[in-house]
Design a protein around this ligand. Structure first.
Ligand SMILES: Cc1cc2nc3c(=O)[nH]c(=O)nc-3n(C[C@H](O)[C@H](O)[C@H](O)COP(=O)(O)OP(=O)(O)OC[C@H]3O[C@@H](n4cnc5c(N)ncnc54)[C@H](O)[C@@H]3O)c2cc1C
Length: 395
């Protein structure tokens, strides 16, 4: 059996795992990343695109954000469309000067992998059948299969950064954690199209036919979404039907046209919320989607993952370098305060902007009144903007 040794074994090479590895490196702590998929697969996975100011700055500060700094689109506001009527919320004005960065998660992941590998630090791709052992002891291990051989990493701590379907959370006995779930009764049909964005800012559209979102990943790539029933088969939607429906819900008219282009990806994402408490078990710590999921409406998933690993890296630094356990003891509580706030914000945005099949006339009026209040009240806009651009980090 191949043997390796490190301080922290990180499971998963997504944003959480990669940023944690670099934060640890800057604190002089060694880590190995084990990733189930190939490098090509991980770098090609199209997902988030909106970074809070603090999340983007974290990537820049740790040296992994050179391309982000150069190629990101900085946005000062977002647009809310109500049945075709546009209203802009000035995020910068209402958050005390903060902006959001639009830069594809797949680009960030590609940049960070290149950065780590160029520094000679290990990422083991295609590490199959990862099993975590002795996570309550002083020397936990992670075993995996690669090239027909069994390998074992012995470490002091394990960081479970392996997403919602990973092995880390499943290693924790059921009676040691509590899981909170909420599934929304609709999904998003998402497309990535090779066409310049049709708007300088994101457009969140509430429409009687369902929600739509106009987003982007670069000057030449647009990302758009439609609210659809959960049992939708994406192949039942032709490209033309998708563009026509986006036109209607986003309010295309003689003054504003939606640019159409080649659709290079179509996907269906169910919307759900999930939190596990606590986020630690012995020397195993969960971070990112392994511990929580939010519906993408509030653009919080990747941002929460970054906030988690900042807190985890700080706790590990205190313990490993200064023999102070307080950061690790507090890890779960620190993260969960931000997570529940993001859960609330994402739930609110999702509830406010979507059509709900079980919604009666009364609830529709309440929803509309909530949106009208948001669009007419500076204090409500302040609350929206400070949440959307990201609250300050606790650590
Ligand atoms: C359609 C969509 C749109 C989104 N939009 C936004 C947005 O605008 N803004 C935002 O902030 N967030 C958004 N998100 C959420 C965001 O993409 C996630 O929250 C983010 O990827 C979480 O990062 P992570 O590192 O925790 O997990 P992941 O990115 O899921 O990474 C986990 C890694 O672990 C690996 N892994 C899994 N199991 C194992 C195993 N057993 N062994 C080894 N490795 C394993 C996986 O292959 C993966 O590489 C969106 C998500 C979706 C699906």
């Amino acid at each position: 059996m191949g043997q390796q040794r490190t301080d922290v074994c990180i499971i998963g090479c997504g944003p959480a795992g990669l940023i944690l590895s670099q934060l640890l490196k800057l604190a002089g702590i060694d880590s190995i990343i084990l990733e189930r998929q190939s490098r090509t697969y991980v770098q090609g996975r199209i997902r988030a695109g909106v970074l809070e100011e603090g999340a983007a700055q974290t990537m820049i500060d740790i040296g992994m954000g050179e391309r982000l700094k150069k190629h990101r689109m900085l946005h000062d506001g977002v647009v809310i469309s109500l049945d075709g009527q546009r209203h802009r919320i000035d995020l910068k004005k209402h958050s005390g000067g903060r902006q959001i960065s639009v830069y594809g998660q797949h680009d960030s992941v590609r940049d960070m992998i290149a950065f780590r590998l160029a520094a000679g630090d290990p990422i083991i791709f295609e590490a199959a059948d990862v099993v975590l052992n002795e996570v309550k002891g002083d020397t936990p291990t992670a075993t995996y299969q690669k090239d027909g051989e069994t390998h074992q990493v012995t470490c002091r701590y394990i960081a479970g950064c392996d997403g919602f379907h990973g092995v880390s959370r499943k290693t924790i006995p059921d009676d040691e954690i509590t899981e909170y779930h909420r599934a929304f009764p609709f999904a998003w049909l998402g497309i990535m199209a090779e066409v310049a964005p049709s708007s300088d800012e994101l457009i969140y559209a509430r429409h009687s036919r369902g929600f739509a979102l106009h987003s982007m990943r670069s000057q030449t790539l647009s990302r758009l979404y439609l609210q659809v029933p959960l049992d939708t088969n994406v192949d039942d939607w032709s490209d033309e039907q998708i563009w026509d429906e986006l036109d209607i819900r986003l309010g295309a008219d003689e003054n504003w046209q939606l640019n159409r282009g080649k659709i290079i990806q179509k996907d269906l994402a169910p919307l759900r919320s999930f939190v596990v408490e606590p986020m630690q078990y012995g020397n195993l710590f969960l971070a990112g989607d392994a511990a929580h999921i939010v519906p993408p409406t509030g653009a919080k998933g990747m941002n929460l993952a970054i906030a988690d690993v900042r807190a985890l890296a700080s706790g590990l630094d205190k313990k490993i370098n200064h023999n102070d356990p307080s950061g690790l003891e507090e890890y779960s509580a620190i993260c969960l305060r931000r997570i529940w706030n993001a859960q609330r914000f994402s739930w609110w945005m999702t509830s406010m902007l979507h059509q709900h099949t079980d919604q009666d006339e009364y609830q529709q009026r309440i929803q509309f009144s909530d949106l009208e209040h948001l669009l007419s009240s500076d204090s409500y806009k302040n609350v929206f903007a400070e949440n959307y651009t990201g609250l300050p980090f606790e650590v």
